[in-house]
Design a binder for this molecule. Structure first.
Ligand code: GTP
Ligand code: MG
Length: 244
């Protein structure tokens, strides 16, 4: 299989070198696409310098910060156009250990349509998160699972691998989410299309350098979209169904 690792960046100059070097070590032949939204700290330029040294690294420069979901849509479209058959999501802040890449890819080769690097299956962990980040992630997952009937433990995780044919089938250009809700939306759509989702345990490290882009707007988008899908697909659909 020919995988592409898509790494979205906004002001990740302090991390980009380490993440790209560690990806190269973990899977030496893998191709990488950095999707940068005009980072003022020069992340795109930094990535281009490393691309010249390491090879197999591409940089997609976008002009303004348009959200994680939009960055992934652009990155996946780039990869699908070029015939990659696996598309991987990985954060640039080293929360996602590149050393776990082979286990994600192996699970996809085993037949899954979506592999989630999960913090909430046996063996998964988040050793150093403060309680409020832990609670936000936990309750976000519980709500998404309850509202949408998702049978996965970590629907908000951002370390994943998708089978390209599944992404093509889903037509992600029509996805609604601009921010991190992209993770929940794609999980929901893969399951809705009858795809197989497999979770492999990962250890999620807290970012050491740079700043988080998590914001109240992002949390609000997740709540609003998940609730609207639940009402449309579960509550209203049930009412429309004819009584026996
Ligand atoms: N291209 C692009 N990348 C983004 C955008 N927002 C976030 N990112 C990247 O998406 C990844 C995840 O963002 P983080 O800020 O680490 O969010 P998080 O991991 O949910 O939160 P923390 O635990 O606080 O780090 C990082 O690589 C960011 O640089 C965006 O609008 N555009
Ligand atoms: Mg992060």
């Amino acid at each position: 299989m020919r995988p592409l690792v898509v790494v979205p960046t906004y002001n990740e100059m302090a991390n980009i070198e380490q993440v790209l070097r560690r990806v190269r070590v973990a899977v030496p032949e893998v191709e990488v696409l950095v999707v940068d939204d005009g980072s003022p700290d020069g992340t795109a330029e930094g990535a281009e310098v490393l691309a010249a040294e390491l090879g197999g690294i591409n940089v997609l420069r976008r002009t303004e910060k348009a959200g994680l979901g939009a960055a992934y849509r652009a990155g996946f479209a780039w990869g699908l156009d070029r015939g990659f058959d696996v598309l991987v999501e990985m954060d640039a802040d080293l929360s996602h250990d590149p050393a776990a890449l082979p286990s994600l890819l192996a699970a996809l080769e085993g037949g899954a349509d979506l592999v989630i690097g999960s913090r909430y299956v046996p063996g998964g962990s988040i050793p150093s998160w403060p309680w409020h980040r832990r609670a936000l992630s936990r309750y976000g997952n519980v709500y998404a699972r309850f509202a949408l009937g998702l049978g996965v433990s970590d629907a908000t995780a951002g370390y994943r691998a998708y089978r390209a044919s599944m992404l093509e089938k889903l037509d992600i250009s029509h996805f609604r989410s601009t921010g991190y809700t992209f993770q929940i939306e794609s999980t929901y759509r893969v399951l809705g299309a009858g795809g197989t989702v497999v979770e492999v345990p990962i250890s999620f490290s807290d970012r050491v350098h740079g700043t988080s882009k998590m914001s109240p707007t992002i949390i609000f988008e997740a709540l609003a979209l998940v609730t609207s899908w639940a009402v449309r697909d579960r509550l209203l659909a049930r009412r429309r169904r004819p009584r026996p």
